[in-house]
Design a protein around this ligand. Structure first.
Ligand SMILES: C[S@@+](CC[C@H](N)C(=O)[O-])C[C@H]1O[C@@H](n2cnc3c(N)ncnc32)[C@H](O)[C@@H]1O
Length: 224
């Protein structure tokens, strides 16, 4: 059992729906397309914004460990590599076996000894904590109860992070919503966060970089 989160939240049916969606996408050209972005630029933009967590905390990635939740093909690791910000350890988890296998092929352990990939659902598996927990795109699937899913995922990410969490999500500002994705109302998110998180941690939102994507940063108190 993991912390106080007793529900894994995603049913077998939901995982199978997510899996089917990505299976179809994996045929597409370009890693950004395979993992569901509309362009390489929009994937990079999200990584640029997520990486601001290191400035907010004041500890660069190269001095830290990273847990990437729903890492897909390890795009965020590639981004850090290109920025010369290779973390001391990078661990990617994803609920889909195919993503894990493809990411492992892209970053083989012989060449990337400080990189690991694992098939895991953070809500029901015990994972090693990391300084930074990053999550790009894993909050987007429409599930039975997106409020519970969002709060559980954020709560678990905070539990696993020692410095801070950066995650993004889609919002109702989107004018062409897709039925399989969930678009959150930022006002309601701020309310949920106010009720559950902000009493204990510093929380910031970055919402002016994209028409309908928002990034949330949670800064934990660093001890020691
Ligand atoms: C939009 S893709 C983004 C992949 C990667 N983060 C990136 O930005 O390139 C979302 C990924 O999250 C994974 N995912 C969705 N829900 C998840 C969950 N609850 N736990 C772990 N991974 C999840 C999917 O399998 C998929 O690989």
């Amino acid at each position: 059992m993991v912390g106080k989160f007793f529900l894994c939240m995603l049913t077998k049916q939901e995982i199978s729906t997510i899996s089917k969606r990505y299976d179809e996408r994996l045929e597409l050209e370009g890693d950004w397309a395979k993992v569901g972005y509309v362009s390489n630029k929009s994937q990079l933009l999200r990584f640029q914004v997520l990486s601001k967590i290191a400035q907010l905390v004041g500890k660069p990635f190269h001095q830290a460990s990273v847990l990437d939740v729903g890492m897909g093909l390890g795009g965020f690791y590639q981004y850090l590599l290109e920025q010369g910000q290779v973390p001391r350890h990078y661990s990617g988890v994803d609920i889909l076996t195919k993503m894990v296998n493809l990411a492992q092929q892209k970053f083989p352990p012989e060449q990337f000894p400080c990189v690991t990939f694992e098939k895991a659902n953070i809500l029901c598996h015990n994972l090693r904590p990391a300084n930074y927990v990053i999550c790009s795109g894993a909050l987007t699937p429409r599930v039975t109860n997106n409020k519970k899913y969002f709060i559980s995922m954020i709560g678990r990410m905070i539990e696993l992070a020692t410095f801070g969490v950066a995650c993004n999500f889609l919002t109702i500002r989107c004018t062409k919503p897709k039925p399989e994705l969930f678009y959150y109302d930022l006002k309601i998110i701020k309310q949920w966060v106010g009720e559950t998180i902000s009493a204990n941690h510093q929380v910031y939102f970055h919402d002016n970089y994209h028409p309908f994507d928002v990034t949330m940063f949670v800064i934990k108190k660093i001890t020691g």
